[in-house]
Design a protein around this ligand. Structure first.
Ligand code: GLU
Length: 472
């Protein structure tokens, strides 16, 4: 019987949920599901100074928003410190680790020597074989693991293939600091083992850590999990994704009005491919996901593509679901004006959505597209809309107003019939009537078409607005 596949997402809660980390979570989720296993969540909060509750919440919320579920409760690494220490002591007792009493001065000298010789600093193992009796009484020490001194350490990476590290370049790294706290390198291995993790998939900035961690697995006689390292996400200019490229946190994408479907699809595709499929559902991602599809090279984010994909998902979303997203975004942005408007005019917003969603790229576009419905009077005209209701247009509007006021059938056909008859009577092109009318009741440069806005606003509100616009 083969073991159930267990993957994990192991973020450090020291900031927002970075989009690169979110993609790692997404891949781990897809990998686990594609192999009939499950993903676990481990919050790596051992750096007590830098870890914050706000960051933990951002991780939990971000994962929920993206629909990335994990089995059981999140594991907090800080709660396992005793266990990490126990393993360090076991390695010590078995002679697989040792106390190192090298002073800060000695380490500095080692670092400077390495620098002068143009090579990376490698601890020279001066305490590896010294008897305990040599230890200076009461002096502080760290615990270092005995790493191989010669040969190679091979990370069997599922993306890059075998990645080989020379043992001489990987020193006996610290597993317990002088204050007795376990290091990250140790904690991760112990937790992954205890949590039954079978597959580790993380960013390729962890490749060297993997090589080091293999030493601990071997020392403990534990199976090394399957490992895969994904290249990072780069900005459009090819440089590592940074603040100046725009949004870094998942929450920022939400606030810009991106749909979770878009983010899942776009960022999965950014580091992974299945043939030339650009648009796929989460079910398809799970069905198709395998290491083979992961890119070997870094990928560049393309914001225009991201926006177009979002427009696609908006167009294909259910109106009721979009309405909910609009309300929760207005809430999140503390946009009280639109929030109360959206809530008070739900039916009108729903009626407007089929037209709004054909032109929106983000949920913010939907909100600003809908706000004509609940604009307070007197309307504040945007420039082009103001120009569209002046001069001849004003004359047309003044004349059409009584026609609409007297209309008994306020339906698409009813309005259409009345306006066409009016245009014919005054020898006007239909657009010369419809355009000013649309602008007069919305006060906006862009909105759904004339019939849509008149129907959505209803006869009474449309006429009140029209009267106000034509009153000079
Ligand atoms: N906590 C680490 C990070 O956020 C990841 C650890 C791991 O995946 O092994 O970079």
């Amino acid at each position: 019987m083969t073991d159930k596949v267990i993957t994990r997402f192991a973020p450090s809660p020291t900031g927002f949920l970075h989009i690169g980390n979110a993609r790692t979570a997404l891949f781990n989720w897809a990998l686990a599901k594609s192999l009939g296993g499950e993903m676990l969540l481990r919050i790596e909060d051992t750096d007590r100074e830098r870890s914050t509750d706000a960051a933990i919440n951002a991780i939990l919320e971000g994962m929920e928003w993206l629909g990335l579920d994990y089995a059981g409760e999140p594991v907090y690494q800080s709660k396992n410190i005793d266990r990490h220490t126990e393993i360090a002591n076991q390695l010590l007792a078995e002679g697989k680790a040792y106390r190192c009493y090298a002073t800060p001065e000695e380490l500095t000298a080692m670092r400077e020597k390495a620098k002068a010789e143009g090579r990376p600093m490698v601890y020279d193992r001066r305490w590896r074989d010294r008897p305990e009796g040599d230890a200076p009484a009461g002096a502080p020490f760290v615990v270092r693991v005995k790493a191989p001194t010669s040969g190679e350490i091979v990370v069997k990476d599922q993306v890059q293939g075998d990645v080989t590290f020379k043992a001489e370049n990987l020193d006996d790294f610290v597993i317990l600091r002088s204050d007795g706290t376990p290091t990250y390198l140790l904690a991760v291995v112990v937790d992954d083992h205890d949590m039954g993790v079978t597959h580790i998939l993380r960013g390729d900035d962890h490749l060297v850590n993997s090589a080091r961690q293999i030493t601990i697995y071997n020392a403990m006689g534990w199976n090394v999990p399957v490992m895969a390292h994904t290249p990072l996400i780069h900005g459009p200019d090819g440089a590592k994704l940074s603040k100046r490229h725009g949004a870094l946190g998942v929450g920022e994408y939400r606030k810009m009005g991106y749909l979770p479907d878009t983010i899942r699809n776009y960022f999965a595709r950014l580091g992974w491919a299945h043939g030339d499929n650009e648009i796929f559902s989460s079910e398809q991602l799970i069905e198709w996901f395998s290491f083979n599809g992961l890119n070997k090279g870094a990928s560049r984010i393309d914001f225009a593509k991201l926006e177009n994909l979002n427009a696609h998902y908006i167009k294909n979303s259910d109106d009721e679901a979009l309405y909910e997203l609009m309300v929760s975004l207005a809430e999140e942005l503390d946009d009280q004006k639109n929030l109360s408007g959206l809530k008070a005019h739900k039916n009108q917003v729903l009626a407007a959505l089929p037209a709004l969603k054909t032109r929106a790229k983000t949920v913010l576009d939907l909100i600003s597209g809908a706000d004509f419905i609940f604009s307070a009077r007197p309307l504040q005209f945007e420039d082009k809309a103001a120009a569209a209701v002046e001069g001849d247009a004003l004359d047309v509007l003044q004349k059409v107003e009584p026609v609409l006021a007297g209309l008994n059938d306020w339906s698409h056909d009813g309005i259409d019939g009345a306006l066409r008859a009016f245009a014919e009577e005054h020898e006007l092109k239909f657009g010369k009537v419809a355009q000013p009318l649309r602008a007069a009741v919305t006060a906006k440069n862009a909105s759904p078409g004339c019939f849509d806005v008149l129907l959505i606003l209803g006869q009474e509100e449309s006429l009140s607005r029209l009267k106000e616009t034509t009153a000079v």
